[in-house]
Every structure is written in structure tokens, then in C-alpha cells.
Design a protein around this ligand. Sequence first.
Ligand SMILES: *[C@@H]1O[C@H](CO)[C@@H](O)[C@H](O)[C@H]1NC(C)=O
Ligand SMILES: *[C@@H]1O[C@H](CO)[C@@H](O)[C@H](O)[C@H]1NC(C)=O
Ligand SMILES: *[C@@H]1O[C@H](CO)[C@@H](O)[C@H](O)[C@H]1NC(C)=O
Length: 361
Amino acid sequence: MLVLTPRKVKHILFGLTVISILYIFGVFHHAFESDFYDDFRYPYEGDIDAFVQKLKNNITPDVSPINSYQFQYRKNCSQKCMGVQNLRVVYLVKTSPENFDRRIAIRSTWGYEHRFSDVEIRTVFLIGVRATEGLQKLINEESHKFSDIVQANFSDTYYNNTYKTMMGMKWVVKFCPNSKFYMFVDDDYYVSTKNVLRFIRYPTKYPQYLKEPMANVKALLRKPFQLMDFELQDDARLYSGYAFKSAPHRHYFSKWYVPLKEYPYHMWPPYVTAGAYILSRSALIDMYYSSFYTRHFRFDDIYVGLLAFKAKIEPLHCEEFYFYKKTYNKLDYEYTIASHGYGDPHELLTVWTEQKSLGNA
Ligand SMILES: *[C@@H]1O[C@H](CO)[C@@H](O)[C@H](O)[C@H]1NC(C)=O
Ligand SMILES: *[C@@H]1O[C@H](CO)[C@@H](O)[C@H](O)[C@H]1NC(C)=O
Ligand SMILES: *[C@@H]1O[C@H](CO)[C@@H](O)[C@H](O)[C@H]1NC(C)=O
């Protein structure tokens, strides 16, 4: 017969507490995860190459898309890239409607389109909508004045960042497909346009190639077999930034908690942190069309990683994209491409101006 003595009750309570704590920290979740390397499948389940090729060529694929991003543009900046010859980089800045002062600082620093007389650069700001009409009126005025706002009718919130990114990709495909490279970047970043341009010349050799004597660089360039496809070919696929191989958060109180139902694998696909990354035109186009066969996911860095994985594009890691704030010292930013932590427009202006005068920005 079961008699609950106080001692037994204590044991049972202790056991339940341990189980709850393990549960909260996601231990059981981990136990039920599937192996990413062996079992990874994410809808659409199957090879999508042929469908992507068809969509690219405006042919109806055999299997209908399982996903699509239907936005209504409020601002489409349709003239931004039109007719621009030799467009090299387009910045797609992910910003929020109320961050007027950050956009002002970006327009006069790294987003400045006339930074170099011989390189064509363009900058657009990506935003969604907020319910407040006063704010929209100010956005309308800003857009009228600068013609650099791309806005669509999804609500502008943190968990809608994937919509913001996909709106950007769709905009590129529709209105600005004539650039060689595209950089997605948050509005609280420092960016060196000079280093972006140096990076896209030889992505796999950056920044080492800048440290070599000129003779070695010439020798290096005489041996093109060492270079990757995208350093040689116009249609090469580059997806680069600070790359991660990491696991989903399974403890309940994490901002990034993900239930198994939403994503069952023990690892994320390889991805690049979403704060700052560069895509070549062909990578962006393939990833955009892959989105028609990739179920929506709310974290934008993971979703972009999923698109790359489906399109069979491997991320290229580069240390010089800092997803945290790189401690500022004027001599330490020589090769920095991007650094997080510049949400204060005055600080951005000061640092960028100093780096520009040193020849680093
Ligand atoms: C945005 O526009 C699309 C296309 O017109 C429409 O289907 C959708 O309901 C709109 N969404 C919102 C939130 O207004
Ligand atoms: C872009 O926006 C302008 C101004 O609102 C509009 O007249 C035009 O039809 C839009 N273009 C496309 C292709 O949606
Ligand atoms: C994302 O945007 C859509 C469309 O505006 C909206 O229905 C939805 O509630 C938003 N989601 C979040 C998490 O804000």
C-alpha cells in the first residue's frame, strides 16, 4: 500500500522540481531533436533547382509554390537604379519608421551615394508600416525629399524582420536587378564603403591581400585557379558576412526560444548574422526564387540561411563583419567592413569621419 509520508512527499516534490527545471532549460527538447546532418528536411521537401530555374525564366514550374510574399508597396523607389551603368553596390538598410536621425547620419556617411566619383553606389531604406498617421506623414515627406524609402504594407515589428528582408529581395528583383552586389545592413551599424569595395574584389583573400606587397598581389592574381568562382565570373554566387554554425535555443525564457514543432533539428543551417551581409546578384536572385519553396521562418538570419541552403550556396565567413560592437580605437578599424553598436548617430558621424580622414572608410 502507498502511504505518503512527509518524507515521500518531499522526495516527490524534489523530483518534480528537478524535472521542471530541466524542462525549462530545454533538456527534453534537446533529447527529442532530430539530427540536422542526417534528417534535415524543411518544406518544400525535395529538390527545387528545376523550379527555381523555371521561375527565373518566367515559366510555370511543375509544382506550385508553397510560399509567397505579397506586399503592396507604398513607396517603391522605382527610379533608384534604373539606367545606372556599372552599378557596383546597393545598400538595403533595414530601419524602423521612427529612426529618422539614424537615416540622416547614414545618408551623410557610409550610405552617401557619391562617396567615390568612379563607383556607382545606391542606398535605400527598408521599412514597414505603423498604425500612427502622424509618423506616416513624416515618412511621406522624407521619401519625397530623398527618394530612398522602400515601404510595403506589413507591420514593422521585430518578428516581422523576415518580411522586411524579403521585401528588400523582391524589390531588387523587380526594380534594381542591375547591381553586382547588395549589402543588407541594420541602421545601427558602422560601415566602411571603402572596405566593402575592397572586400568584393577578392572576398576569400580579404583583408590578407591588402597586407601583401604589391608584387605578391600581382603574383596572386596571376594564379586565378586559387580564386573562387565569384572572383572570376560574373554570375558567381556570394553570400558572406559573419558566419555561424549554431544550435536553436530551447530554454523557455530565451528571446530566441524555438519549439520543436517550429524547427525540430539540433542545428541551424549555416547562416550569416543578419545585421550586415553581402550577396552577389546571382546569389540574391536564386535565394529570392528559392523562397517560393521555403516555408516562412520568423528569424530573418535563419530564413536567409535556409534559402541559401536550399539554393546550395555556402556562406563565406569573414571576421571583418562585427555582429557585436568592435571596441573603437582609431588604429583598429583599418580593415573593418561593418560593426554593430552605432545606434547613436553622433557617434557614427564622429567615428566614420575620423576613419575617412585616415583613408579607411
Ligand atoms: C497588403 O497588401 C496585400 C496586397 O494588396 C493584401 O493582400 C494584404 O492584405 C495587405 N496587408 C495589410 C496588412 O494591409
Ligand atoms: C511605383 O510607385 C509609383 C508611385 O506611387 C506608381 O505610380 C507606380 O505605378 C509604381 N510602380 C510599380 C511598378 O508598382
Ligand atoms: C507581421 O505583419 C503582418 C502584416 O502586417 C501582421 O499581420 C502580423 O501581425 C505581423 N506580425 C508581428 C509578429 O508583428
